[in-house]
Design a protein. Structure first.
Length: 145
């Protein structure tokens, strides 16, 4: 990894490689401005603040704190939602769909987002099968094949 330093929103960190997956970033904001680290650290969805932001993978990511920002910058792939932040259920069915940042699940250390809480309930009922199908569909749907 390139170890040059970059200044992003007042924070110094090492340069990161580009995202391997296209990121769902409406209006340029990943996850609609929600903090991806908060799902893991706090077990809940929280809106980030512009004061703690980082540009990565063609999107702007917002965080609730300096600590969450630093955690993301150190290891973004640990926190970026699967399928670039598109709905996991939609991806299992072969299409990209927007998400409700409040409809989420962490499974085996991976963040999955869904279109709505009702879709999340359907997805949870058969998540292993849906994950396998979504993983198979992602390369073609995302154009990363």
């Amino acid at each position: 990894m390139d170890r040059r330093s970059l200044l992003v929103s007042g924070f110094l960190f090492a340069a990161m490689p580009a995202a391997a997956e296209p990121i769902n970033a409406r209006g340029g904001l990943a996850i609609g401005g929600y903090d991806p680290v908060a799902y893991f650290r706090e077990g809940r969805a929280r809106r980030g603040a512009a004061a703690y932001s980082a540009d990565w993978g063609g999107a702007r990511w917002l965080f609730v704190s300096r600590a969450n920002h630093a955690a993301f910058v150190a290891e973004p792939s640990r926190y970026v939602p699967r399928y670039g932040g598109y709905c996991a259920y939609g991806m299992a069915n072969g299409y990209k769909a927007s998400v409700d940042p409040e409809a989420w699940t962490i499974e085996d250390g991976v963040l999955y987002l869904n279109y709505s809480k009702s879709v999340r309930e359907r997805w949870l009922a058969e998540r292993a099968g849906f994950i396998a199908r979504a993983d198979a569909n992602w390369p073609a749907v995302s154009g990363t094949r």
